[in-house]
Write a protein that binds this ligand. Structure first.
Ligand code: 5AD
Ligand code: SF4
Length: 356
């Protein structure tokens, strides 16, 4: 194992072997990932206040609780004053940056609404607040427009880099093209965004081999940021019917941690998030993820009245109040992981700064 870890690059078969690591081997992998993180990006953890702007969505991803065909949800869109209050909160608490996320729409009204949010954020943050968007596939013109309005980062998960698997978790139709997702990621990079992607880990029929390919895919397209986490079964979704086929949640969390550790080693200077989905399945998973490679946390700043309606999956934490995301709790957690929160910092991806 030690010899394998000393290599500067991993082949697909190396990655498969590492994803199967257990016991002492797994410990060595985690230690190596932790050292890589400390050497390359240090022990700072950046905060991104997560604003779940709207749960309206025109898509029907088979795993997601806010898919258009789920008629059991109350649909909401935050008002301008609610948005302002949330962004002000993040700014006043020195979060350093925010992520604006929503279901996917591409109509003119929606594009204008995001314009407005960007204007509000720039005004409140006086350009000192990093702004990330996570609003799905859009045209290059829209991406450019939002970039010009101050969004400098964009998250768009590929979910899986295997085209066949992609169509096993998305409807096979014109609204859900794998090729369009690839094109969108490339457009984001062309427009100059710090570009983030990520994958779902442990969904039905996914193999260790395909996860190894996912890691190599992220390296190949040269992303700047990544957010990935375990698949969590979501009620009122087609994929729920295959829930009996997946591994238990502890195994999915472990696999997610291995993915984080390996990506940190493969791409030492990217920004890597400890995600909410991990926390959903294991209260301590975010702390573990930070120790072994993650350097970004995304505390929720959505008004509590909307949180239940932004149920991508079941048991998403912080739906009522948010003790897990109180600053005191986050600080303690980060300290337990041997790191510290970098308050007031935008926390740009070091990987992006290197190549631009
Ligand atoms: N389990 C885990 N993550 C999910 N997402 C959506 N549904 C689920 C689920 N059931 C993630 C997707 C998407 C992000 C916004 O939320 O990866 O990109
Ligand atoms: Fe909509 Fe995104 Fe959920 Fe797909 S994953 S249904 S695009 S919110």
């Amino acid at each position: 194992m030690n010899q394998l870890l000393q290599q500067s690059d991993f082949s697909k078969s190396d990655l498969i072997q590492l994803l199967h690591a257990e016991g002492d081997d797994l410990k060595l992998l985690y230690e190596h990932a932790e050292q890589t993180k400390l050497n390359q990006v240090g022990n700072k953890v950046y905060l991104r206040g997560l604003l779940e702007y709207s749960n309206l969505c025109k898509k029907n991803c088979l795993y997601c609780g806010i898919r258009q065909n789920n008629k059991t949800l109350h649909r909401y869109t935050m008002s301008e004053s609610e948005i302002e209050t949330a962004i002000r909160y993040a700014h006043e608490h020195d979060y350093g940056s925010i992520v604006v996320q929503s279901g996917e729409r591409s109509d003119k009204a929606f594009i204008g609404e995001i314009d407005k949010i960007l204007q509000i954020s720039s005004r409140i943050g006086k350009h000192q607040l990093g702004i990330t968007l996570s609003c799905g596939e859009q045209t290059k013109e829209t991406y450019r427009r939002w970039f010009d309005l101050g969004a400098t980062r964009y998250l768009l998960r590929i979910e899986t880099s295997n085209e066949n698997l992609y169509y096993s978790i998305h409807p096979r139709n014109a609204k859900h093209l794998f090729s369009a997702r690839l094109q969108a990621l490339s457009d984001l990079q062309t427009c100059g965004y710090q570009t983030g992607t990520g994958v779902l880990i442990g969904f039905p029929n996914q193999s260790i081999e395909s996860l190894a390919d996912d890691l190599l895919f992220m390296k190949k397209i040269n992303i700047d940021m990544c957010g990935m986490g375990p698949y969590v079964v979501s009620k009122h979704t087609p994929l729920e019917k295959l829930a009996h086929q997946i591994t238990d949640s502890a195994t999915r969390v472990e696999l997610s941690l291995k993915m984080v550790a390996l990506l940190r080693i493969l791409m030492p200077t990217i920004n890597l998030a400890a995600t909410t989905a991990m926390q959903t399945l294991d209260k301590l998973a975010r702390e573990k993820a930070i120790r072994i490679g993650a350097n970004v946390l995304m505390p929720n700043i959505t008004p509590t009245c909307y949180r239940e309606d932004y149920s991508l999956y079941q048991n998403k934490p912080g739906q009522k109040e948010q003790p897990e995301d109180s600053l005191a709790t986050l600080q303690k957690m980060v300290k337990n992981a041997g790191c510290r929160i970098a308050f007031g910092k935008k926390g740009n991806s070091k990987h992006y700064s290197f190549i631009h």
